[in-house]
Design a protein around this ligand. Structure first.
Ligand code: SAH
Length: 448
């Protein structure tokens, strides 16, 4: 097989990055945006020793899973990966990603419970982070970076965002033009406005607007004054200053220009405050289903619960009433401040929050003799890692509940726990990020 060969291929599975997989000439061929059951003519783009990459040249027979994608920039923006198959097929694929991760990477055989579906496939995100720039004609554009690149694919109507975000984004672009606010260019590092960041309380409707800029300048306040007078739902507007040449969106300095420093929302019946820098699950109703599963697995009644990687404390607080005590640990100071405030605002007196690295905090709490009955871990994509897992296992808690947005690292970490005497007994995938490749997983690990 060589570059530019055209081959016939049947797609038999999907990778967890949603690339279709088929076999030809003893080679594995990866084809993005294909579907299980597709019979395709594929052009080979790149050949490695045992596998190669191709792209669809022609669909000979479409998979029964196929549907017509309903977004004009699908395949270009790097956001969605599954708009070309039915939601039913998506759920099946995601359940398979999780099963494969646990059996292949973790070498584990837990009970796999049915995937929990998302109720809304459109407008479910409560947060938008859009880079802004200028196109060749000099028009201000906002959108998403193309896959593996920093080229902005303009997007005026992302189907995953609530409609009000589109309206606010359009207005910001118009005001930026009117006020002659310059747009940041990643290559030359010139210009000022970098990202538009919006977050909306799902139940409260309160919106936080955050303009990420290279430098603070007076015109930004003028923009914020205007937009907050037009959109009453914007109750918090901040400027975030990020002068660095970096992929990280938010910078350190944050200047409150209008309203309150954070918005409020309701999560599992608790009133929650969330600062722009604090992590908050992007799909609130789906997160409530996720937390309900975590609670079901934790069986927190009368127990001491250690909630590691707690963000604004939302998981622990969702089970505080039943628990004897909640101890939350999180590395971002703003999130910990929110967590403390959130406990207080809900009259929760049995919760305590520590700002620290989860592994280091686990080590210190162990030395202090803390004996949690349940440990919840909800790490970022890279997982807990072996060192943190080692400390966590030493608590000897009867159960560990792992919540993860990356089944591969979750399976790896569950493998570490397995060697330390914790059996992954139940795994449930939860679909929070419909139409994208992402899937959330909740795992129950039992001691002995
Ligand atoms: N449980 C929370 C947050 C989950 S996201 C919720 O459901 O909302 C993962 C969280 O881990 C983020 O808040 C992130 O800031 C935090 N984090 C990342 N690395 C960490 C570390 N080494 N130690 C503690 N917290 C960490």
């Amino acid at each position: 097989m060589k570059k530019n060969d055209i081959i016939e291929l049947e797609i038999t599975s999907l990778t967890n990055e949603c690339s279709g997989v088929g076999k030809a000439d003893g080679m594995v061929v990866f084809v993005p945006f294909s579907a299980i059951g597709d019979k395709l003519e594929v052009r080979i783009l790149k050949v490695n020793k045992t596998y190669c990459y191709g792209k669809i040249e022609r669909i000979i027979t479409p998979s029964p899973d196929r549907v017509t994608p309903d977004c004009s920039i699908y395949g270009k923006c790097g956001g969605c990966s599954l708009r070309h198959i039915s939601y039913e097929a998506e759920l099946k694929a995601k359940a398979q990603f999780v099963t494969d991760a646990f059996t292949r990477i973790g070498g584990l055989t837990p009970e796999f419970l049915p995937i929990v579906a998302n109720d809304r496939l459109y407008g479910y995100r409560n947060k938008l982070q859009m880079p802004v720039g200028v196109d060749k004609e000099g028009n201000i554009i906002s959108g998403f970076y193309a896959t593996h690149s920093h080229r902005i694919v303009p997007c005026d109507n992302c189907l995953l965002q609530p409609e009000v975000f589109k309206s606010i984004t359009d207005r910001i672009k118009a005001l930026a033009k009117e006020l002659r606010i310059s747009l940041y260019n990643e290559e030359t590092r010139k210009g000022n406005l970098r990202h538009i960041y919006l977050r909306k309380g799902h139940y409260s409707g309160e919106i936080c607007l955050c303009l990420v800029v290279k430098n603070n300048e007076k015109k930004l306040k003028a923009l914020i004054d205007k937009i907050t007078s037009e959109y009453k739902e914007i109750v918090s507007a901040v400027i975030n200053v990020n002068p660095r040449d970096t992929n990280v969106i938010l910078g350190e300095e944050e200047i409150l220009i209008y309203g309150k420093p954070e918005i409020t929302d309701t999560m599992c019946g608790n009133k929650i405050s969330i600062a722009p820098k604090a992590f908050y699950q992007v799909n609130t109703p789906a997160a409530e289903k996720l937390y309900a599963k975590a609670k079901e697995f934790a069986e927190p009644n009368g127990k001491i619960v250690l909630d590691l990687y707690c963000g604004a404390g939302t998981i622990g607080l969702s089970m505080a009433k039943e628990s004897k005590k909640i101890i939350g640990v999180e590395i971002i100071p703003e999130a910990i401040e929110n967590a403390k405030k959130n406990a207080e605002a809900n009259g929760i007196e049995n919760a305590e929050f520590i700002c620290a690295d989860a592994g280091k905090a686990a080590k210190i709490l162990l030395e202090k003799g803390l004996k949690p009955d349940v440990v919840i871990v909800d790490p970022p994509r890279k997982g807990c890692g072996e060192e943190a897992v080692n400390y966590i296992a030493q608590f000897g808690a009867e159960r560990i509940v792992m919540v993860s947005c990356n089944a591969a690292t979750a399976a790896r970490d569950c493998g570490y726990f397995d060697s330390l005497g914790y059996k992954a007994t139940k795994v449930v995938p939860v679909d929070m990020f419909s139409r994208t490749a992402h899937v959330e997983t909740v795992v129950l690990l039992i001691k002995g």
